[in-house]
Design a protein around this ligand. Structure first.
Ligand code: PRP
Ligand code: URA
Length: 209
């Protein structure tokens, strides 16, 4: 069964509170997307395996730890996931990056795929799929199904804001995927937007509305 981790950290709640305000500027919103992504990533990488290595400090030899294998890959769902990926790359600069392009059909709310490019060795990597919004869950479900079709098995999903409807769909479709959520909101409205939410994440990041 999926682990669902809702971040209760004050810094994350504070920053998401600023993002929700309709007066927050595009620049500030964009910066906050990557900052909050970094903070969620800190928790999502808690169980990465470590290897012991012998090193020398200026004083003595000792055993230090490093992340084993360094086989990580971040997969943003376009467009809005891109800025989450940028934030996470500050913490894990050696990670590879794949891209999945999906948009929600405005009428059916079902995802439409338009792009997929993954590292050749993605199936050997631990994958972090990132998208700020988990609303109906259709986009996350489709992106993860696409990764699984390509033989990828170790998948985590990170988002800033989720609706209960999306969490239910994602964890039912992919019980093997752990889900990390900045804030769990109340519900969806009749147009599939999260309430109270923050509006359209892609439009707020890119200033397209
Ligand atoms: C938004 C968001 C998710 C999707 C979530 O993207 O970034 O990908 O909606 O909704 P769902 O859970 O109901 O599928 P959108 O389709 O607006 O595309 P964009 O990022 O290009 O703006
Ligand atoms: N996509 C968004 O960007 N915002 C929502 O509230 C729902 C889907």
């Amino acid at each position: 069964m999926s682990k669902v981790i809702i971040m209760n950290h004050p810094l994350i709640q504070h920053k998401i509170g600023i993002m929700r305000r309709k007066t927050t500027s595009t620049k500030e919103f964009r910066d906050l997307v990557s900052e909050v992504a970094m903070l969620i990533c800190y928790e999502a990488t808690r169980e990465l395996p470590l290897a012991e290595v012998e090193i020398e400090t200026p004083l003595v030899k000792t055993i230090a730890h490093e992340i084993e294998g360094k086989k990580l890959c971040i997969v943003p769902i376009l467009r809005a996931g891109l800025h989450m990926a940028d934030g996470i790359l500050n913490l894990i600069p050696n990670a590879k990056v794949g891209h999945i392009g999906l948009y929600r059909d405005e009428k059916t709310l079902e995802p439409v795929e338009y792009f997929c490019k993954l590292p050749a060795d993605a199936d050997e990597r631990e994958i972090f799929v990132v998208d700020p919004m988990l609303a109906t869950g259709g986009s996350a479900d489709a992106a993860i199904a696409l990764l699984k079709k390509r033989g990828i098995t170790k998948i985590h999903f990170l988002c800033l804001i989720a609706a209960p409807e999306g969490v239910k769909r994602l964890t039912s479709a992919h019980p093997d995927v752990d889900v990390y959520i900045g804030a769990l909101d109340e519900r969806l409205n009749e147009s599939g937007y999260i309430l109270p939410g923050l509006g359209d994440a892609g439009d707020r990041i890119y200033g397209t509305k």
